[in-house]
Design a protein around this ligand. Structure first.
Ligand SMILES: *Cc1c(COP(=O)(O)O)cnc(C)c1O
Length: 423
């Protein structure tokens, strides 16, 4: 038997009277008919519950890393549940502000922030800027000389900890484009420089060791590595970044946000850290709350080789398989609890052989043109990392709760695609 592991579906998932999947009390087949495919469906109550869990685990100051998934509804939701928002560009900042999130609850990140981004963030009055380089300190001083604004800042430190995750999402090692190296002494020099600077008010230290980290112990190591430095500065704030992993496929297990928070807090206590400790979860808030619905358009049996099932998405909604070799489960929403006895290659519609969503996708037998196929745990780094390759229109996003669906991002149109083309 190879049924879809139920725990990978959103919290509110139920099997309907005909064996079909309901999320948030909505029949996902009906959602696909109403809103079209590909379609992202988010369990709104689950998003809220994860935000509340993060606030309970870390206290005030914990921020949602918006790059995982952002739109105004998501920004508003995270804010309503008590989270701050971590943004990493002028665009993410603009969405957060336009959602009505007070600027002082926004944290600006980025290893190469432009003058425009720094000017916009400082003028809006963002709560914290996480400074990543000496060039950025130069820039902040230059801007201060012009307008007199003094933002509160944290310094991003690379603690020299190698969290075992994919190389592309490992960020705490010495050889990193991010932050000030602890071992090489740049971290200490940056503190000295920032404390002496009139252009910034230094309030704390930040570290982010990577993403999709399954072992909470790596955060213990990061805290241990940072503690002597943090304690010596005497600064009042420490952010441990984001990065706790989530289970995507059968057999994977990840710590909960609550467990992660307990490990981090215990490690900080052990290390005598008195600074207020916060964190910036992204994936662990949004990933498991979302699923992607696709419509099958072509089924191609290549004799003696395999069957390709082609759907109406691909890179456009999920570049993670191509970028990181990430795995996903598959299921047929009309028969969500059925045994998945067929193994096919689930591919997208882009002009690229690498446009594979799941290389060995398990599905119930008899999947045909017109059927829906879905992937669970696609709520983070899917739509936000998608592209317009082949000028496909990016999919819509709906939030479901209590039997109701609300459209929060509409599907792009050809007019949207032409809107920036001014030749
Ligand atoms: C990406 C990122 C996060 C969020 O990481 P997740 O793995 O999604 O939890 C938090 N902080 C910083 C600085 C990041 O770059």
């Amino acid at each position: 038997m190879s049924v879809l592991p139920w725990g990978l579906l959103p919290d509110s998932a139920e099997v309907g009277a005909d064996g079909q999947l309901l999320v948030g009390g909505c029949d996902v087949g009906e959602l696909a008919d109403e809103f079209g495919t590909p379609l992202f469906v988010y369990d709104e109550a689950q998003l809220r519950a994860r935000c509340a869990e993060a606030v309970a685990a870390f206290g005030d100051g914990v921020a949602y890393a918006t790059k995982a998934f952002l739109c105004r509804a998501m920004a508003k939701l995270a804010h309503e549940e008590g989270m701050h928002l971590d943004v990493a560009s002028g665009g993410e900042l603009a969405v957060a502000l336009s959602a009505g999130v007070p600027a002082d609850r926004v944290v600006l990140h980025g290893n190469n922030k432009s003058d425009d981004e720094l000017v916009a963030a400082r003028a809006a009055g963002v709560g914290r800027i996480v400074v990543d380089s000496f060039d950025e300190l130069d820039r902040l001083e230059r801007l201060h000389a012009a307008d007199g604004i003094v933002p509160k800042v944290l310094l991003r430190i690379t603690p020299g900890v190698e969290a075992h995750t994919h190389e592309f999402v490992m960020t705490g090692q010495d050889d990193s484009k991010f932050g000030f190296g602890l071992k090489v002494g740049d971290a200490a020099r940056a503190v000295e420089r920032a404390q002496a600077s009139g252009g910034v008010e230094l309030v704390g230290i930040h570290a982010h060791i990577g993403s999709q980290v399954f072992v909470a112990g790596f955060f213990e190591q990061a805290v241990e590595a940072l503690a002597p430095f943090v304690n010596e500065t005497g600064l009042p704030e420490l952010s441990i970044g984001g990065g706790i992993g989530v289970a995507y496929i059968e057999g994977e297990e990840a710590p909960s946000i609550t467990e992660w928070g307990a490990v981090v807090r215990a490690a900080c206590e052990q290390a005598g850290i008195t600074a207020r400790v916060s964190a910036e979860p992204g994936r662990s808030i949004a990933a498991a709350a979302g699923i992607t619905l696709y419509r099958v358009g072509t089924v191609k049996e290549v004799p003696g080789i395999r069957t390709f099932v082609a759907v109406d998405g691909g890179f456009i909604d999920n570049p993670r398989p191509a970028l990181y070799g990430s795995g996903y489960e598959t299921f047929a929403p009309a028969r969500v609890a059925a045994d998945r006895t067929d193994v096919v290659r689930l591919v997208g519609k882009h002009c690229e052989s690498g446009d594979v969503i799941v290389p060995d996708a398990k599905l119930p037998p008899g999947i045909a043109v017109g059927d829906l196929v879905a992937t669970p745990v696609t709520g983070a780094y899917g739509r936000s990392m998608g592209s317009n390759y082949n000028l496909l229109a990016r999919p819509a996003v709906v939030f479901v709760a209590d039997g109701k669906a609300r459209l929060v991002i509409r599907r792009e149109t050809e007019a949207d695609l032409l809107a920036t083309d001014v030749g």
